[in-house]
Design a protein around this ligand. Structure first.
Ligand code: WTA
Length: 658
């Protein structure tokens, strides 16, 4: 946490306004009365949503239990099963509805109905049970965007076995750390995955990770690329062999609402990733309700959330939210520029996508590529757009609305986090007047506020810490295995309030504008990375003595990783070493963490107490006027670094953004 807290950014005055289209205002699922109902009694409001939107084995009688705050529980006396809510209950009336139009990067396609999905989930759940997976056992999932990733998550949920999905772009070491931290006994992976025309060697990475994970007894391998892979007899089993002949109607295991549904790791401000724990009833209520309200998805919609299922956006808005609501989705395996830069728009036109949800970094990439690509396709089926993961600058917002949304589609800028489970701040399509760059208001039943260091609400127009003052159903319950860190990270700065770690301000109308992180977390292409994680990876290299990492503003990726490195005495640095260090970080953490620029310097700017001045490095990286540096122990290093940094920026290579 930086001690100076969030500052008020001088945002240029944004006075464009977009009221909801009249047809949408008349027909949208979310009505203005929702706000009133929630304001009258938020807990009763959420309890009604829980019973209205979900099927319970035992319906809950009570909403939130605050007796062990901040370890809140929701609907704790209810029992249900998440996979039954996503599948079984839809079968009678809409079993033949398409759950996913899936498209592989090489061009292969599958149409998967709710009935098909139910059958696949049952068979895999039966297979996993045969392998010894029981209620409460943790199962790791390390897959690309193939249908099996959804099947695997739901099969675990069916058995009451919490899953932990590890993004397919993570390295063997990252996978190992996550498996060990949550004590997984089984892993579901694939031989490989397709991404930008190249194969991601999932099984090879998994084998490397598992060399140090003795508790993983079973590895289920999906055949995707057909490549040669290593095989461990007695441990590895082909997915297609495991599911063959299994029960296509395996009964779901009823669990308590507070039974863990999944653990998902995210970066915090220290090196060790945090295992965010989500449970079943509150989480499902939250994702189902917000998915309905924000995306207004109904029977005639084709909805596409273009995130990766390995991130929380995929968990909540590719898998659990849309399936709980029985909606038809699109699922795409690969990169947006493969084989050409119009791949997304081709997909939108092919399936008649009506709702598209993606990240600003993707939008900025498309901006850079040019309007000719979306212009090649008929995008007239689109009626609603969404954005998530980072602040969307007004320019990108306008481009999205104009060139993808044909000037008619409202843009929902949704603010939330892995921790929050579901969207907390967002416009509603039939209600909100939109302002490009503003995430609008807290959703009904969400008590967001902006406070100062003393925890007092700040006046409109002033910046401060974004906090949530009341618990909400989909909130994280703890950090897996580390209750203390949970309390310390989120509940200690302002007792009684959840600290999001973002700065925010409200404008004169009370609309929220997000100002970015207030801690040492970077946001690169919508992916959270801690500066310390990247620093540790750099220092891990034998040539490196010390490293400091900052996120600097980047036109396409939001932030880019800028690293400053001092080498050990006997090492001479050159361009080859810089490339080697960049590669080293990618190997240690994953390609998303590869620094965009590395500056080799004799010294790092430090305070007299030896603290690295990150803010100064950020200023240098972003080419800003440097303020007072007289508190530095080593003043003269600053001008040296500034010169080197500007050279590094100029030569910084163009990494792919999405
Ligand atoms: C940022 C992604 C501005 C924020 C769902 C948050 C945003 C972090 C927005 C969570 C938005 C997410 N406007 N910033 N609409 N949405 N963020 O856990 O800094 O991967 O704290 O969850 O992304 O990232 P996470």
């Amino acid at each position: 946490m930086s001690s100076d807290g969030p500052t008020i950014e001088s945002l240029a005055v944004e006075d464009r306004r977009f009221p909801p289209p009249p047809e949408l205002a008349a027909t949208a699922i979310a009505r203005p009365e929702l706000y009133e109902e929630a304001a009258a009694d938020a807990e009763a409001f959420w309890l009604r949503r829980a019973t209205e939107l979900l099927d319970w084995v035992t319906p809950p009688a009570a909403a939130c239990d605050r007796s062990r705050a901040p370890f809140f529980t929701w609907f704790a006396d209810g029992t249900l099963n998440a996979s039954a809510n996503c599948l079984d209950r839809h079968l009678a009336e809409r079993g033949d509805r398409v759950a996913y139009h899936w498209e592989g990067e090489p061009g292969d396609r599958q149409t998967i109905t709710y009935r098909d999905l139910h059958e696949r989930v049952c068979r895999l759940a039966a297979g996993l049970r045969e392998l010894g997976v029981r209620r409460g056992d943790r199962v790791a999932i390390y897959l690309g965007m193939v249908p099996e990733i959804v099947v695997a998550m739901l099969a675990c949920a069916r058995l009451g076995a919490p899953h932990t999905v590890v993004f397919g772009g993570f390295s063997p070491e990252s996978l190992r750390d996550r498996i060990l931290d949550c004590g997984c006994t089984a892993l579901i992976t694939a031989d490989g995955g397709w991404r930008a025309g190249k194969e991601v060697p999932l099984k090879r990475n998994a084998d490397a990770a598992l060399a140090e994970c003795p508790d993983v007894r079973s590895v289920v391998v999906v055949r995707r690329t057909g490549s040669e892979i290593g095989w461990v007899d007695g441990r590895d089993v082909w997915y297609h062999e495991l599911v063959e002949g299994r029960d296509a109607d395996l009964a779901p295991e009823p669990v308590g609402a507070e039974h863990p549904l999944y653990i998902l790791y995210t970066s915090g401000s220290t090196g060790k990733p945090k295992g965010i724990l989500h449970t079943t009833g509150g989480y499902l209520t939250g994702v189902a309700a917000t998915h309905r309200w924000v995306f207004d998805a109904g029977d005639d919609d084709v909805y596409w959330c273009a995130a990766d299922a390995g991130w929380v956006t995929g968990h909540s808005y590719i898998v659990y939210g849309p399936l709980a609501n029985g909606v038809t989705s699109v699922l795409y395996e690969g990169a947006p520029g493969t084989p050409d830069r119009d791949r997304w728009w081709e997909i939108c036109a092919r399936y008649g996508v009506t709702i598209l949800y993606c990240a600003p970094t993707a939008i900025r990439t498309f901006m850079k590529w040019g309007t000719e690509y979306p212009a090649r396709h008929d995008l007239s089926s689109l009626r609603l757009l969404g954005s998530v993961g980072e602040p969307i600058n007004p320019e990108a917002w306008m481009w999205y609305r104009t060139h993808i949304g044909g000037g008619r589609c409202p843009v929902m800028d949704t603010w939330w986090q892995t921790e929050t489970g579901h969207i907390l701040i967002s416009p509603l399509p039939g209600i909100s007047t939109l302002k490009p760059g503003s995430a609008s208001r807290p959703l009904p039943g969400i008590a967001a506020d902006v406070v100062d260091a003393a925890g007092e609400s700040v006046p409109l127009g002033q910046g401060g810490f974004l906090v949530i003052r009341e618990p909400w159903p989909g909130m994280l319950r703890t950090l897996y295995g580390d209750d203390e860190r949970y309390v310390e990270t989120y509940w200690s700065q302002h007792p009684g309030m959840y600290l999001a770690g973002d700065g925010a301000r409200r404008d004169a109308d009370g609309d929220f504008w997000l100002l970015g992180r207030i801690d040492d977390v970077m946001n690169v292409s919508g992916h959270r990375l801690s500066t310390i994680e990247v620093e540790s990876a750099l220092v891990d290299h034998p040539a490196v003595a010390e490293a400091a990492v900052v996120g600097r503003a980047d036109e396409t990726t939001g932030q880019a990783i800028a690293a400053f490195v001092t080498l050990k005495g006997d090492v001479t640095g050159d361009e080859a070493l810089i490339q080697e260090l960049r590669g080293h970080v990618a190997t240690k953490i994953g390609a998303i963490a590869r620094p965009k620029s590395i500056v080799l310097t004799d010294d790092l700017p430090k305070t007299r107490s030896g603290k690295i001045m990150r803010r100064l490095l950020r200023d240098i990286s972003e080419n800003r006027q440097l303020g007072d540096v007289t508190t530095l122990a080593n003043e003269d290093v600053v001008s040296e670094i500034a010169g080197l940094a500007s050279a590094a920026r100029a030569s910084g290579d163009e990494d792919k953004a999405v």
